[in-house]
Design a protein around this ligand. Structure first.
Ligand SMILES: [Zn+2]
Length: 342
């Protein structure tokens, strides 16, 4: 059965799905506002799901009553056809009995003709009268049945109409509610800081899924986007980076400049071909685990204010400049989340 409300509902569910991660509670507790938004979204989703189930149940009842109505209307048509078939012979018979000379009374029959023919006439008239009565009874019975079926059909039809109106109102109500909810969520999301929005959409439990894939072969649905366009990291690294980025922005007035983030195996091969001996052997880079970043905007220069700030503050957020990158090879731009065995 077509459901005009479903497209709007799906849209809302999709918005909810990004807002309500299924994973366990976060170690780093989100702010109260985010928690409230999350709870409201979850509540609205369950309300909508319940209403949708109710509506689908009602639509199933309506569909079955319509099947019943179709069956009843078919019965009615059959009864009417039968009645029409009988009407003609009944009319002919009535005509014939009126033309029979003695049909109006038995006294007239005994008054004239031979007793034999009189007797035969009486028998014929009796037979005709009986047949006629049987047909009249049958016609009455069909007429009554027709009447009953017609009233059942009318009853079902009007009940269907009422039910259909109610379902339509329900669908309209849900559509309005969905639109209102979507608008409210949009407004709430717009008020949020873009980084907070990313934080909401990044489910920490995705990191465990990402770890199951080989280096450089993590599907992007297991990674989280960074505020820096086109850049992605494993969920735990991304969540930590959001905070580091916010702190950096507070200090320098702009976000961290990112050259390179998660690097697929194909990209690792490309980089290795371009910079042999400088980039990691393909399939071994921490970029392929989604936990390394190459940074710019001054950080790439050892001893710069940006590099020094990172050196002093990044570890607060779980980010570090690995020991090897100080000399072998010298890569001041390369930063990693967690330990190298993580
Ligand atoms: Zn790097």
């Amino acid at each position: 059965m077509p459901n005009p409300g479903s497209a709007a509902l799906i849209a809302v569910f999709l918005v909810m799905a990004t807002l309500v991660p299924s994973g366990t509670a976060r170690a780093d507790a989100p702010s109260d506002a985010l928690e409230t938004l999350r709870r409201e979204a979850a509540k609205a989703r369950s309300e909508l799901e319940k209403a949708t189930n109710d509506m689908q149940g009602r639509q199933r009842v309506l569909a079955s009553s319509q099947i019943k109505l179709r069956g009843t209307l078919k019965d009615l048509a059959a009864a009417e056809a039968e009645l029409n078939k009988i009407r003609q012979p009944l009319a002919r018979l009535a005509n014939a009995s009126y033309q029979q000379p003695g049909a109006t009374g038995s006294m007239a029959v005994f008054g004239g003709g031979t007793p034999d023919s009189a007797l035969r006439s009486t028998a014929d008239v009796t037979l005709l009268a009986r047949s006629q009565q049987a047909l009249v009874d049958r016609a009455d019975e069909l007429q009554q049945r027709r009447g009953r079926l017609a009233s059942i059909a009318q009853d079902l039809q009007s009940r269907s109409a009422v039910e259909q109106t109610r379902v339509q109102q329900e669908v309209d109500g849900l559509k309005a509610k969905s639109a209102q909810l979507t608008a409210r969520l949009d407004a709430m999301l717009k008020k949020l800081d873009p980084t907070k929005r990313l934080e909401l959409g990044c489910d920490k439990s995705l990191a465990a899924g990402a770890r199951k894939f080989p280096n450089g072969l993590i599907p992007s649905k297991y990674l989280c986007p960074l505020p820096q366009k086109g850049k992605q990291l494993r969920a735990d690294a991304a969540l930590a980076f959001y905070k580091l980025n916010t702190a950096y922005k507070r200090h320098f007035g702009h976000e961290i400049c990112v050259t390179d983030s998660y690097r697929s195996l194909a990209d690792q091969h490309r980089v290795y071909a371009e910079r042999p001996g400088f980039a990691a052997i393909p399939g071994t880079s921490n970029h392929g685990k989604g936990q390394a970043l190459d940074l710019c905007g001054g950080i790439q220069n050892s001893g710069s204010v940006q590099f020094n700030w990172m050196e002093a503050n990044a570890k607060t957020y779980g980010w570090l400049h690995p020991a090897w990158a100080y000399s072998n090879p010298f890569e001041p731009w390369h930063w990693e989340y967690g330990t190298q065995d993580d």
